[in-house]
Write a protein that binds this ligand. Structure first.
Ligand code: ADP
Ligand code: ADP
Length: 225
């Protein structure tokens, strides 16, 4: 199937530290890929390079065939808002906003009107079984619920790719599994690709393919389901 994202020979150093030395990865449309490997191996850096948040020192990242490095900053951030969704470990919901307003936020940032955004956000929450907490603030829901709201927020713009960096890292295993179940079920229904960073095999088990990152290098296809 179609290659959506492709990193080739990506190197990235932070001062004297080589975060990535030679990372290559292809992500096809609708595929769920887990980046595995020990802490400090370069997983997050690779995710940030793929998402156009960090610029590689060497190598290229292409999205739909286009080199991200040739885009202007403005075009790259527009691309992140329209085509990409993000789920992080924690701290991503705005505490002053309700869950509904948090989910509507990416739509508002894309220029949608308040009423239309609220409607779509409400539908998204309902689809994820979160309708009853729409009016609560993040501080008034559990960690697992908050992370499911974060999943709703990542998916509400109908992105082509969701980047999830340790999305279950702050959750117990039951809540972690629920979040992964939700994320991967909705992604598969919609044909959304997911690039997942995790060091937990039980979380990686929700992917189609696991790629091991070690010492700044990728080892493609060590596990294929
Ligand atoms: P992982 O996600 O596998 O834990 P990271 O990509 O976060 O690995 O980090 C890879 C290496 O790069 C580590 O040595 C880390 O300390 C370093 N690193 C990552 N981000 C930065 C940064 N912004 N500044 C300096 N060093 C960084
Ligand atoms: P450095 O400061 O070492 O050059 P940064 O990663 O901080 O590295 O990026 C600095 C510049 O590169 C910024 O203008 C930033 O917008 C741009 N940039 C960020 N991500 C990318 C990317 N994926 N491709 C090309 N340029 C990027």
């Amino acid at each position: 199937s179609t290659v959506l994202l492709e990193a080739a020979g990506v190197r990235k150093a932070y001062g004297p530290t080589d975060a990535l030395t030679a990372a290559s990865l292809r992500v096809c449309a609708g595929e769920v890929v887990a980046l595995m490997g020990p802490s400090g191996a370069g997983k997050s850096t690779l995710l940030h390079c793929l998402a156009g948040i960090v610029r590689p020192d060497d190598g290229t990242v292409r999205y739909q065939g286009e080199d991200l490095a040739v885009l202007t900053d403005r075009a790259r951030s527009a691309l992140r808002r329209t085509d990409f969704g993000f789920v992080f470990q924690f701290g991503q919901l705005v505490p002053e906003l309700t869950c509904l307003e948090n989910v509507a936020l990416p739509l508002r940032l894309n220029g949608e009107r308040g009423r239309a955004s609220a409607k779509r956000a409400r539908e998204m929450l309902a689809e994820l079984g979160l309708a009853d907490i729409a009016g609560r603030r993040p501080g008034e829901v559990s960690g697992g619920q908050g992370q499911r709201v974060a999943v709703a927020r990542a998916l509400v713009t109908s992105p082509r790719v969701v980047f999830a960096d340790e999305p279950t890292g702050a959750l117990d295993s039951l809540n972690g599994e629920q979040v992964m179940q939700l994320l991967t079920t909705v992604a598969r229904e919609r044909g959304t690709a997911v690039v997942l960073v995790t060091h937990e095999p039980r979380v990686a088990a929700y992917s189609d393919r696991e790629v091991v990152v070690r010492d700044g290098r990728t080892r493609e296809l060590e596990v294929i389901r």
